[in-house]
Ligand binder design. Structure first.
Ligand SMILES: Cc1cc2nc3c(=O)[nH]c(=O)nc-3n(C[C@H](O)[C@H](O)[C@H](O)COP(=O)(O)OP(=O)(O)OC[C@H]3O[C@@H](n4cnc5c(N)ncnc54)[C@H](O)[C@@H]3O)c2cc1C
Length: 313
């Protein structure tokens, strides 16, 4: 199996998941005979998110080529996650102080895990923090920034504020799009909805504020349409912006390209039947084929893939 639960250790903050549970599980799996090789990268390209390799995937350690795996094993299961972060190409993006959420979260997790990262810390201490993105990763940024001693935390979301209760148009068993308030939100910070970021404002290459506007949402041909509210531009002072706008798909260079795998319409590994990819020796499970999802789904997928592989062997 190539890839193993990085988001669980380095993405999810300690205040949501005590990492001793992962250590215990790894010990059980080792006792069962699983051999873990850490610091080993499959494929030709660096896979860490963020320029600094804050997740530990910074290209250090050993490299195992796709060919080597194909020739040494009967089957390979790729579980490399979906870790291509969504970014913005707005004026002022080059200012310092604009950071991908996972670079921020994973560095904090590594420091709390006692690792000597050798990287410059990314800290919210005493800063005006703006989190762009109103989802779960954004909520983890809010909790972490508050714990680091941020002066102020504002989380902005481009979509409108969801209703507190299930809408009539979403009866059970449909998944209700309702307002989610996490423990991190309850700990402090302001949340703003229907806000679009237009630019980052900096001085001397250092971030000072974001320029944003309010947006309206209407529907055309059953699809949501966003329009800017005229004259609604405003600024939010910011020393640190955390980009938490989700993940687009699996990292497509490196392992995926080297194994010659087909991608689906969302850019993730295309699987046929059950977990087979377009390469007869390679199977895929978890976020790498489903897109960014949840731990329980990745575990269920991994178990089902293992069963299917045992049958195939
Ligand atoms: C900030 C954050 C918070 C989250 N919070 C929650 C939560 O509260 N609850 C929840 O259910 N889910 C949460 N998730 C989602 C959850 O972590 C993922 O859905 C889940 O971990 C996916 O498991 P996976 O095994 O498919 O991939 P991952 O956990 O991403 O594991 C992929 C592994 O593959 C390795 N890898 C990648 N490329 C290579 C390569 N070329 N060679 C070798 N190794 C490679 C990576 O280093 C990593 O260890 C969160 C995600 C993030 C980012």
């Amino acid at each position: 199996m190539a890839g193993a639960a990085l988001y669980v250790r380095y993405g999810i903050p300690d205040f949501k998941l005590d990492k001793s549970f992962i250590d215990r599980r790894i010990k059980i799996m080792e006792t069962e005979g699983v051999i873990f090789k850490t610091g080993a990268r499959i494929g030709s390209a660096r896979y860490g998110f963020g320029a600094k390799g804050a997740d530990g995937g910074n290209g250090s350690g050993s490299i195992i080529s796709a060919k080597e795996l194909e020739s040494s094993f009967d089957l390979v299961l790729l579980t490399i996650g979906a870790r291509e972060p969504r970014d913005v190409t707005l004026p002022g993006r080059e200012n310092s102080g604009i950071v991908q959420a996972l670079d921020f979260l994973s560095l904090q997790n590594r420091i709390l895990g006692g690792e000597n990262t050798g990287l410059e810390p990314i800290t919210a201490y005493g800063k005006r923090v703006v989190v762009i993105g109103g989802g779960d990763t954004g909520s983890d940024c809010v909790g972490t920034a508050n714990r680091q001693g941020a002066m102020r935390v504002t989380q902005i979301e481009v979509l409108p504020k969801p209703p507190e209760h299930r809408a009539d148009a979403e009866p059970w068993p449909l998944w209700p799009k309702v307002l989610k308030t996490s423990s991190s939100h309850l700990e402090g910070g302001e949340r703003l909805w229907s806000i679009n970021t237009k630019a980052f404002i900096g001085r001397g290459g250092k971030l000072e504020a974001i320029k944003a506007c309010r947006v309206d949402w209407t529907e055309k041909d059953g699809r949501p349409v966003m329009s800017e509210v005229p004259g609604s531009d405003f600024e939010i002072g910011a020393d640190l912006v955390l980009l938490a706008m989700g993940f687009t798909h699996v990292v497509q260079n490196g392992a995926v390209a080297d194994f010659g795998l087909d991608l689906d319409e969302r850019g993730n590994i295309r699987t046929r039947g059950s977990f087979h990819t377009s390469n007869p020796k390679v199977w895929a499970a978890g976020d790498s084929r489903n897109g960014a999802s949840l731990v329980v789904r990745a575990i269920a997928d991994g178990r089902a893939a293992a069963e299917a592989m045992v049958k195939a062997l």
